[in-house]
Design a protein around this ligand. Structure first.
Ligand code: ZN
Length: 261
């Protein structure tokens, strides 16, 4: 990833997307208006922070990368496998739909999501002019949100997985992602023999590798270009919000992607 800090706001971009006709960013927590424990660029609306500040933080984020704040399309992220493709932005008067992946082929729409340990998955098909973003925690990973979003790119936009670029942003690393036995059971039933590679046992606990699991699922779908940031949110609290790393008292950072016309 490449780091940018044009002003107070600091964000990262993926190298593999740099040459394409898209604009994207994964925003750190720096440069916003919110006080602790949301300091400072919190874009999560359900974390106890003032909604007006949360809104302003999103506007500042968009402006920092030259995107019109009114071009936003976002959803209510619920750890589902539901994918939405949209031709329009979402005006403030229109309620969020529930979903965990969004796609568009319209340059006037900017896709936006919020993260605080779950994996931000950015997608782009330069051949078909399609961009997407998905949200994958353990549940979305086990249930295959990333499989569903690639399928949706194929059916809705006739994308060829070989053309798709995928990138996994900062999120919780396997070292800091302990999961309970009920989650281990689900991982083993979903991934079969591959589960061994995705689960790390430490003393009496099990840890889940969200990066490797989503990479594996993308490869299964035929996606060849996958960039992994390899940045752990819980280890880098100066830059990222981490639900686990801050015991739930924290905010959410944003990520956006749009076609650059
Ligand atoms: Zn960590």
């Amino acid at each position: 990833m490449t780091f940018h800090q044009p002003d107070a706001i600091r964000y990262y971009t993926f190298q593999s997307f740099d040459e394409e006709h898209i604009k994207h960013a994964v925003f750190t927590r720096k440069g916003g208006l919110s006080p602790e424990p949301w300091s400072s660029l919190n874009v999560g609306g359900l974390r106890g922070d003032d909604p007006q500040r949360v809104y302003q933080n999103r506007v500042l984020s968009f402006q920092a990368v030259g995107c019109d704040p009114a071009s936003v399309y976002d959803v209510w992220q619920v750890h589902s496998t539901d994918v939405i493709w949209t031709n329009n932005s979402r005006p403030a008067s229109v309620r969020h739909r529930k979903a965990d992946a969004i796609l568009t082929d319209r340059p006037e729409v900017t896709l936006f999501m919020r993260f605080g340990d779950c994996v931000p998955i950015l997608l782009c098909d330069p051949a078909k002019g399609v961009v997407g973003i998905a949200h994958a925690g353990w549940m979305g990973t086990v249930n295959g949100i990333v499989v569903e979003v690639i399928r949706a790119m194929q059916t809705a936009y006739r994308c060829n997985p070989k053309d798709i670029l995928a990138a996994l942003g900062p999120s919780i690393s396997v070292d800091h992602y302990e999961v309970g036995q009920e989650v281990v059971d689900l991982i083993e039933s979903k991934f079969g023999r591959d589960a061994n590679e995705l689960l790390v046992r430490k003393n009496d606990s099990s840890h889940f590798d969200l990066w490797k699991a989503n990479e594996l699922l993308l490869e299964t779908m035929g996606v060849r270009n996958i960039e992994i940031a390899g940045i752990c949110t819980a280890c880098n609290l100066q830059d990222w919000f981490s639900h686990r790393g801050e015991s739930g008292r924290t905010g959410r950072f944003g990520a956006l992607i749009t076609l650059d016309d």
